[in-house]
Design a protein around this ligand. Structure first.
Ligand SMILES: Cc1cc2nc3c(=O)[nH]c(=O)nc-3n(C[C@H](O)[C@H](O)[C@H](O)COP(=O)(O)OP(=O)(O)OC[C@H]3O[C@@H](n4cnc5c(N)ncnc54)[C@H](O)[C@@H]3O)c2cc1C
Length: 378
């Protein structure tokens, strides 16, 4: 059935066969232009991984009530809104309605915490050393990954997992409210999950990297939130020598999302002050009584939190290819290509990234990821 006929039938209320509704990626999609001379940028960021999970709790410190809200590992963008609702409950318990509160940090967590607090009627002043795009959140891939390096298996009790699930579901719902906007902060894309040796062999969430702990398998708890993947026969995908499945994925266009959140924050009367804090005692001088501490990996040095482990990550961008609308995830090799609006984004995990806070871009790693993906297309 042609697409035009399909829409006409749908408009006329005619029941359509399931096969007609199956918008599979085309068999020969526009090839990604995976050439290293198309690399335009490499961004490096630190995932604030916390073995027991994000810290969301209130503490009295130097005459202030500090609501700690940091440690979201590789899930900060995905979990942000749901996690911010948890932080909001603590803010509401300690601040008067309409009071001005301080939010420290302007990454994914600080911005969504600030917006959530504003929507609940608080006035908010953001203090941050760095602002987007120069925050670690700005280097993120932009995939819906609420289970990525968010807790270790050891700490994932049933109660913890149930709370995580509630946060993930709440967050997912709020992200859907950002669909269909002109700047495209949130979009859905089809993609291919490819693997060298099939999908039956169980893989850990990540191929073993130096120092990585075991992670719980959380994905199944929210599997109903997106369409099921589908195995593809060799003639149904464009890759050589691999098996492929189709998947459908929520994607964040990070620059557009950051910009929109900042604009919304300012429109609702929010103030942004550039300031670095060297120790918690510095917060005593702030005029606000109640503070949300959304400093991400910054809390490692600021508070000396022994549970925080930095996990370096880098994303590279090739010149945007607007005609490419599918993603590729190379399972077991930790390479991802994502059709973001600001470029064809290539993410790769390095062997020594766990425990590393090295912010130097690694061009060789980026080129290697581009070549590995290029080899897939033959
Ligand atoms: C390469 C990479 C890929 C990723 N991909 C994804 C993905 O696809 N999906 C997903 O959901 N997540 C992803 N993540 C994870 C996500 O980006 C993080 O969980 C998120 O960035 C954490 O946000 P944050 O606001 O806590 O920290 P940050 O973005 O680091 O923000 C911290 C803020 O606090 C401020 N600050 C820190 N210390 C101080 C101080 N002493 N004084 C004043 N201000 C301070 C900083 O200036 C900044 O404004 C990825 C991360 C990386 C690095």
């Amino acid at each position: 059935m042609q697409r035009r006929q399909l829409f006409a039938a749908a408009a006329a209320g005619i029941a359509l066969p399931a096969s007609a509704l199956d918008f599979a990626p085309p068999r020969t999609p526009t090839a990604m232009r995976l050439q290293v001379d198309r690399l335009i940028d490499i961004a490096v960021g630190i995932r604030p991984f916390r073995a027991p999970g994000p810290r969301i709790e209130a503490q009295r410190l130097h005459g202030k009530t500090v609501v700690h809200h940091y440690g979201h590992g590789g899930s900060g963008w995905s979990l942000s809104w749901g996690s911010a609702q948890r932080a909001l409950a603590l803010l509401q318990a300690h601040a008067r309605p309409g009071e001005r509160i301080a939010v420290i940090g302007c990454g994914a967590i600080g911005l969504t915490t600030a917006r959530t607090a504003q929507q609940a009627g608080f006035k908010v002043r953001l203090y941050a050393r760095d602002r987007p795009p120069h925050v670690h959140s700005g280097a993120a891939t932009g995939l819906w990954t609420p289970d990525s390096r968010i807790v270790t298996a050891e700490h994932a009790s049933e109660a913890w997992c149930a709370d995580w699930e509630a946060m993930a579901r709440a967050s997912f719902k709020l992200h859907q409210g950002y669909l269909g906007l002109p700047s495209g902060p949130v979009e859905w894309h089809d993609g291919y999950l490819v693997a060298d040796h099939g999908f039956d062999a169980p893989l850990p969430n990540y191929a073993p990297h130096a120092g990585e702990p075991d992670y719980p398998d959380l994905a199944g708890r929210v599997a109903d939130l997106r369409p099921r993947g589908q195995a593809l026969a060799a003639h149904e995908h464009p890759f050589r020598h691999v098996q492929a499945r189709r998947f459908t994925q929520l994607v964040f266009n990070i620059p557009a999302y950051q910009r929109l959140l900042l604009d919304d924050f300012a429109r609702d009367g929010g103030e942004l002050v550039q300031r670095e804090f060297h120790q918690p005692r510095d917060w005593a001088r702030l005029p606000e009584r109640v503070i949300a501490n959304c400093t991400g990996d910054g809390a490692r040095t600021l508070l000396g939190d022994p549970h925080l482990t930095p996990v370096r990550g880098q994303t590279a961008r090739l010149i945007p290819q607007p005609d490419v609308d599918y993603a590729v995830i190379y399972r077991g090799r930790n390479v991802v290509a994502l059709p973001r609006r600001d470029g064809l984004l290539i993410a790769a995990m390095g062997e020594h990234d766990f425990g590393s806070a090295d912010l130097r871009p690694d061009r060789a790693q980026a080129e290697d990821a581009v070549r590995r993906l290029a080899a897939l297309f033959g």
